[in-house]
Write a protein that binds this ligand. Structure first.
Ligand code: ADP
Length: 570
């Protein structure tokens, strides 16, 4: 606006001086025209020179001063001077306009008039010859021209001011409209920056702003689409990370966590949002913290550590730097199960070797002794052959049980489930064990079963399970003890109990009783022909039938094994 005001002021000054010039020119032109008319009128009337004073007065009535000057400079008549004063008037021969009029016919000048006492504009014209004519001069006071000038200047100033005001209002309206559009654009830009995709600028104009609005709307849409894609990728990544069994953690160059999955938080025992924290704030595992630090420095680390918090576990750490100094990633595998499986396998091989070594050693020793016996040592020979036979049977039992266990564990044991009354299977098992029970003086009792109580089982597997439990009950009890078999429907299953009044099992052994080769009293078990695999086979067969088995025992009072099988409608 300031430049406009300055330009208007300069224009006003220029126009003012131009106006003054135009007004003067116009005034001069008016005087000249009046002069021409007056001269023409004089020529037409061709009046006497004595009437000059009357003519001057007549012309002066039009508002101008008229003066007639003789060739010698004398003033012959003057509209503004009385007749008496004419003779006293100064000689006008030297006046510039007069000199110019005599010389060229017309002369003009602007000068202060001592006669009138004000600046005047003079226009003179020669009438007649150079020697015999006279000069008529018209004069107009400059204050009239000035008045005209200032009136025009005022008008000009007013017009300029009005134009300026209009321009100011126009500029203000244009600026307001522009500001509103710019504000909408900046609001839209802020929305784009905030990731909003529904930014649409309804701009009905067709200028640079419209182009910018459209570009901004397009940018918002593509921005939103990119953000949606990113969010989708992020969700995918998070789902994958959370589905991973391995723990994963990424840290930035500042050592703060940028990404971590659920498995990692479980492994380090941290609850809550760990993003933004340092690894030291979520884990107490020094090896993990060292690995992260080393990886940030660009060093790849692989190590196996024994964790104690939140639980004892073997962890395999792999840490590596993210290229270009963007931090590090650490992946943690929980290898506890792998270690336990290796241990179980080692234990199993050791157990099997141990179980087979004794009978093998006995057979070898018996065979060697047998070879050294003479023909007459018939009794010793028979005893040795019997020992070899017993040990061979024992080895056969171990191998048989091992094979059964392997088949059940690998799911190769053919299980054919049927819904039936378990009574006949129990009766058969009891009948099979009764001779041994009788021989050992143990009372074997089976409560009569209700044929309507049915459950889901494989007859052969159930026979093996109950046979093993009865065998143990008869083996580990003392003469005079009792063994009881009961069948009881409970809620959605049927429980088969094999209870004895034997010596019982100490509580410390109960949790491990179903493990392979676990024995409470190894020597006694071996003496009784046990392999240490019976209860393990029982557990796996019951599970294969969809049931469970549990043990309850009190030292000196007896042991009860309970097999729980689902009912047909369960
Ligand atoms: P084993 O071939 O040695 O009998 P099992 O797996 O059948 O192997 O049994 C594991 C151990 O559990 C046995 O060695 C024995 O010490 C103990 N046991 C099993 N049943 C009984 C029972 N009814 N009374 C006391 N101890 C038992």
């Amino acid at each position: 606006m300031f430049p406009v005001v300055v330009a208007a002021a300069l224009l006003n000054v220029a126009l003012s001086s131009e106006t003054a010039r135009v007004v003067e020119t116009e005034a001069r032109s008016v005087l000249e025209r009046m002069l021409v008319v007056a001269v023409a009128t004089l020529r037409v009337s061709d009046g006497p020179a004595g009437d000059l004073q009357r003519v001057a007065r007549a012309i002066g009535a039009a508002g101008v001063r008229a003066t007639f000057i003789a060739p010698d400079g004398r003033v012959l008549a003057d509209s503004d001077v009385s007749d008496d004063s004419l003779a006293r008037m100064e000689n006008h021969a030297g006046r510039p306009e007069i000199v110019e009029a005599w010389a060229s016919g017309t002369g003009t000048a602007v000068r202060y008039s001592t006669t009138i006492g004000a600046p005047l504009m003079y226009v003179a014209r020669r009438i007649g010859d150079r020697d015999a004519g006279l000069v008529l001069r018209l004069a107009m006071p400059m204050h009239r021209i000035e008045a005209e000038n200032s009136a025009r200047r005022r008008l000009l100033a007013f017009v300029t001011a009005a134009a300026l005001l209009l321009a100011a209002v126009g500029v203000w309206i244009a600026a307001a409209l522009l500001t509103r559009r710019v504000r909408r654009l900046s609001e839209a830009a802020a929305m784009v920056a905030a990731g909003r995709g529904d930014v649409s600028l309804d701009d009905r104009h067709n200028d640079e702003f419209t182009t910018l609005s459209r570009a901004l709307s397009d940018l918002a849409r593509s921005n939103r689409a990119a953000l949606d894609r990113l969010a989708l990728e992020g969700n995918r990544l998070r789902t994958i990370l959370d589905a991973m069994r391995e723990g994963m953690m990424a840290v930035g160059p500042d050592g703060r966590i940028t990404l971590v999955n659920r498995a990692m938080l479980d492994l380090v025992g941290y609850r809550g949002d760990a993003v933004g924290l340092t690894p030291a704030e979520v884990s107490r595992q020094p090896e993990l913290l060292d690995a992260v630090q080393a990886a940030i420095r660009g060093q790849a680390v692989t190590c196996e550590v024994q964790a104690t918090h939140p639980r004892r576990a073997m962890l395999l750490l792999n840490a590596a730097a993210i290229p270009d100094g963007h931090g590090a990633v650490v992946v943690v595998h929980d290898t506890t199960d792998v270690h336990r499986l290796h241990q179980v396998r080692r234990d199993f091989v050791a157990n099997v070797s141990h179980e087979l070594r004794n009978p093998l050693a006995t057979i070898q020793a018996a065979a060697e002794t047998l070879a050294s016996l003479g023909d007459h040592d018939v009794e010793d020979r028979a005893a040795l052959i019997s020992a070899i036979s017993r040990q061979t049977e024992r080895m056969g039992a171990i191998v048989r049980d091992l094979l059964d266990l392997a088949r059940v564990e690998s799911g190769q044991y053919p299980i054919h489930l049927e819904d039936a009354d378990p009574g006949p299977v129990l009766d058969a098992a009891i009948a099979a064990i009764r001779p041994l029970a009788d021989a050992r003086g143990i009372a074997l009792h089976c409560e009569p079963t209700d044929a309507s109580v049915r459950c889901r089982f494989d007859p052969e597997a159930l026979a093996t399970v109950i046979g093993n439990l009865l065998d143990n009950a008869v083996k580990y009890t003392r003469p005079g003890d009792r063994v009881h078999v009961r069948v009881r429907p409970v809620e959605r299953s049927v429980e088969i109990e094999v209870a004895d009044t034997g010596p019982g099992i100490e509580e410390v052994h109960l949790p491990r009783l179903f493990e392979r080769f676990y024995r409470v009293d190894t020597g006694r078990s071996r003496d009784l022909g046990g392999t240490g695999l019976g209860l393990s086979i029982v557990k796996h067969l019951v599970q294969a039938m969809g049931g469970t088995v549990r043990v309850r025992s009190t030292v000196a009072q007896g042991t009860t094994f309970t097999v729980c099988l689902p009912r047909p409608d369960a």
